[in-house]
Design a binder for this molecule. Structure first.
Ligand code: ADP
Ligand code: ASP
Ligand code: MG
Length: 408
């Protein structure tokens, strides 16, 4: 008997009809003899609606109460699925985050799972219950409800799979698997049969929202085999697994695009020790994550310093930069741009193949797209460009790196 964790995303539980289909799918596996933990998202659009409601109630909703509100989306779907399964005569039970023993840190809105107390779930599974866990939520040491950040149900599923040592964690979603790029942007995108944790992690970090970043980190750390597949058909999806030898022969596995960043630039700041620390220390204190940082030295002892933050953090980051700029006399040279996109190419093969950067830059040049910032790691290259060219860039890069589907 195997233990499977099956997570269904928002579009897969969009209404009662969809939830009935989920019930059918779960039962098929259960009747086959396997034990199952189902993890559910809120119905598609519900989390967004709840956020809007909170913003209507207050310009800056209290973060603790916002978590209480947002967690209701998943509470609803978990209860409804359990009701359906029970009405069909199955032993099922819904579990909210705290009932499933999911303990998180105290950061509201993007809490991290620190431990899962599995006793209750184990006992219920021994007794052949189908567990229906509300995704995206946990509780902290103060006994308060927390949420795990957008897309957090993926992380609930993988963390539970790791804690219970499940045989597989299946992520059921509205696409057939992980594609070479977002199929909504590029119709020539191909489904990938197998991808390494490392590449998947980079793709998630760089904007492929098919899996939440933290879920891939968990899967990699605890070696959880992940199967990303469609909830609307029975096709095999994408296996996310440890790197195999032939994976390095693929130079570029995927192309991503992230529209969620903004750039801040300080021009002609004094080129002297301590200036960067003056800017980045207060940002860190505010828990603002800085992504790209580029510094150019000019002749004459001055530098231009650019960095990117998420759009969510932009206002705060800009206010901090303004204060620092004033302090160091660079106030009138502070600029910002929220209309940017980060396009990236990712592949393990970059470790052993040269020329990827050249091909990327030439492809963007051929489309007349100006590159604003560049950053690289061992297995990826990212460029910041104007937001309006994002889709064009993704498609051009997809073609240039030979990723297009053959039959189109
Ligand atoms: P769910 O609600 O099931 O969690 P998400 O909307 O979070 O689903 O993630 C699935 C979506 O991710 C797809 O509909 C697709 O548009 C998007 N996506 C972005 N990049 C990729 C990619 N490389 N492969 C597959 N899907 C991707
Ligand atoms: N409902 C949450 C969201 O929309 C979590 C999830 O679906 O994974 O982000
Ligand atoms: Mg998701």
């Amino acid at each position: 008997m195997a233990l499977r964790v099956q997570k269904f995303g928002g579009t897969s539980v969009a209404d009662i009809t969809h939830i009935r289909n989920v019930a059918k799918r779960v039962i098929e596996t259960y009747d086959g003899g396997d034990n199952i933990v189902v993890v559910l998202s809120a119905m598609a659009g519900v989390t967004n609606n709840l956020i809007s409601m909170a913003k209507e109630a207050s310009k800056a909703p209290d973060k603790r109460e916002l978590d209480v509100l947002l967690a209701t989306g998943e509470q609803t779907t978990a209860a409804v699925l359990a009701i359906i399964l029970k009405s069909m005569g199955y032993k099922a039970i819904s579990l909210l985050g705290f009932q499933a023993g999911i303990l998180t840190d105290t950061t509201p809105g993007k809490a991290r799972i620190v431990d899962i107390e599995t006793k209750r779930m184990e006992k219920l599974l021994e007794d052949r219950h189908i567990l229906v866990v509300a995704g995206f939520q946990g509780h902290n040491t103060h006994g308060d409800i927390t949420t795990l950040g957008r897309g957090g149900s993926d992380t609930t599923a993988v963390a539970i799979a790791a804690a219970l040592k499940a045989d597989v964690c299946e992520i059921f979603t509205d696409v057939d698997g992980v594609y070479t790029t977002d199929p909504r942007i590029c119709s020539k995108a191909k489904k990938i049969d197998m991808i390494s944790y490392e590449e998947m992690l980079e793709m998630a970090i760089l904007g492929a929202k098919v899996l939440q970043i933290r879920s891939v980190e968990f899967a990699k750390k605890y070696n959880v085999p992940l199967h990303v597949r469609s909830s609307f058909n029975k096709e095999e999806g994408t296996m996310v697994i440890n790197e195999t030898e032939d994976m390095e022969s693929v130079v570029v596995a995927g192309v991503t695009c992230d529209m969620n960043e903004a750039r801040i630039t300080l021009k002609r700041v004094p080129d002297q020790p301590g200036i960067s620390a003056k800017i980045f220390t207060p940002l860190a204190k505010e828990k603002i994550t800085v992504d790209m940082i580029i510094q150019n030295t000019r002749v004459g002892g001055e530098t231009d310093l650019s960095f990117t933050v998420t759009k969510n953090d932009f206002e705060k980051a800009f206010a901090i930069s303004k204060a620092v700029a004033k302090e160091i006399g660079a106030e009138d040279v502070l600029t910002a741009d929220e209309e940017i996109a980060k396009v990236s190419v990712i592949g393990l093969g970059m470790k052993s193949h040269s020329g990827v950067a050249a091909t990327m830059f030439q492809t963007l040049a051929d489309e007349n797209i100006n590159i604003r910032l560049i950053s690289t790691s061992e297995i990826r290259i990212s460029c910041i460009i104007k937001a309006k060219y994002a889709e064009l860039a993704v498609r051009a890069l997809h073609t240039a790196f030979g990723l297009d589907k053959k039959d189109q």
